[in-house]
Design a protein around this ligand. Structure first.
Ligand SMILES: Nc1ncnc2c1ncn2[C@@H]1O[C@H](COP(=O)(O)OP(=O)(O)OP(=O)(O)O)[C@@H](O)[C@H]1O
Ligand SMILES: [Mg+2]
Length: 311
């Protein structure tokens, strides 16, 4: 499959801090790739370099098979960018914002008129046509931001946390819009902290650790890396003894936030898990299928240890 975007061995430093180190990632025609990782691991830096908002060694990035530096201004017409800060004009109406950016991309008057009408309808913005953007709610501004980023029909769309700080209904609506863009052939690179978003939207997920992609694959490929199928979560007043007890049963300890979490190779019922781990210190047990959240916490934890040992 053709790569729309290919990032090869990207390096970036801010002063003494090495933020990206041998960062490699490609986005293929018509797929959505999600870039996931802890705060400050360098996700926005990657997107900002690809969007040419930040300088880096340009030869490391290819768009449609060509070095981005060679493409010059053409690179901007291939890409649409929705960065973390909304670059909208608050005193203008939604369609005036769309018109401003459409002019910037060189659309003719006739093209602009048709495209703006199409986007106002597609994004449900027609209902807010008379509201200045600064007075729109966050969710509606985010929709407009997405609409603005595709006004010139880019082949590659870069989205930095597209649904951060929007309500659940707006998020589901934005997911639908993003999925429709993919269906119409747009390739998308996005970042998110919401694992449900990655599960819902992404064909492949890249987990970032210490400035590089440490794991890359579909959600099911990432889950299969852990070679287990059932997760038992336990609340206990004595973590140490519950943990040793579970490890003696052959359960593998997973990194988790708060409660204890164990991975089992075979399936187990709740009552089997409860009787196996019976004890006065155990206050709650649940049994569930392995999720991307479990895999994320575990893999990021493993990469952290590897990176710290090799520093
Ligand atoms: N312009 C800059 N100058 C100096 N340091 C920067 C600059 N931009 C980012 N950094 C640093 O680079 C690192 C990576 O930042 P980046 O914004 O790419 O992280 P992120 O993965 O997007 O985080 P988040 O999930 O919080 O959005 C951070 O330590 C940040 O402080
Ligand atoms: Mg960021």
């Amino acid at each position: 499959m053709t790569s729309v975007l290919n990032i090869i061995g990207l390096e970036k430093r801010f002063g003494q801090q090495q933020v990206l180190k041998d960062f490699n990632l490609d986005v293929r025609q018509g797929e959505i790739v999600g870039l996931l990782g802890p705060n400050g691991c360098g996700k926005s830096t990657v997107l900002n370099i690809v969007s040419q908002l930040l300088p880096a060694k340009a030869a490391a990035i290819e768009l449609m098979g060509q070095p981005i530096a060679k493409l010059g201004v053409k690179a901007r017409t291939i890409m649409g960018v929705c960065s973390q800060d909304r670059a909208l004009y608050p005193d203008l109406l939604p369609e005036e914002n769309l018109d401003f950016f459409a002019r910037l991309y060189g659309l003719s008057t006739i093209e602009r008129r048709a495209r703006i009408e199409e986007l106002m309808n597609l994004f449900g913005l027609a209902a807010h046509a008379k509201t200045r953007v600064g007075r729109l709610s966050g969710g509606w501004q985010q929709r407009l931001h997405l609409a603005v980023s595709i006004v010139h029909q880019p082949q590659l769309l870069i989205l930095d946390e597209p649904t951060a700080a929007v309500d659940v209904a707006a998020k589901i609506e934005l997911w639908r819009l993003i999925e429709n863009l993919r269906k119409s052939g747009t390739s998308i690179l996005l970042t998110t902290h919401q694992l449900s978003e990655a599960e819902q939207l992404c064909d492949r997920v890249a987990l970032m650790s210490h400035g590089r992609v440490a794991a890359l694959g579909s959600v099911s490929e990432l889950l299969s890396r852990l070679q287990g199928q059932t997760v038992v979560k336990v609340q206990s007043s004595d973590h140490q003894s519950t943990r040793s007890h579970a490890l003696r049963l052959g359960w593998r300890g997973l990194q988790s936030a708060g409660e204890l979490s164990f991975l089992l190779d075979q399936s187990i019922t709740l009552s089997e898990a409860a009787s196996a781990l019976d004890g006065p210190e155990v206050s709650a047990i649940s049994v569930q299928a392995l999720t991307l959240e479990d895999a994320y916490l575990e893999l990021i934890g493993q990469f952290d240890q590897i990176d710290q040992n090799t520093l």
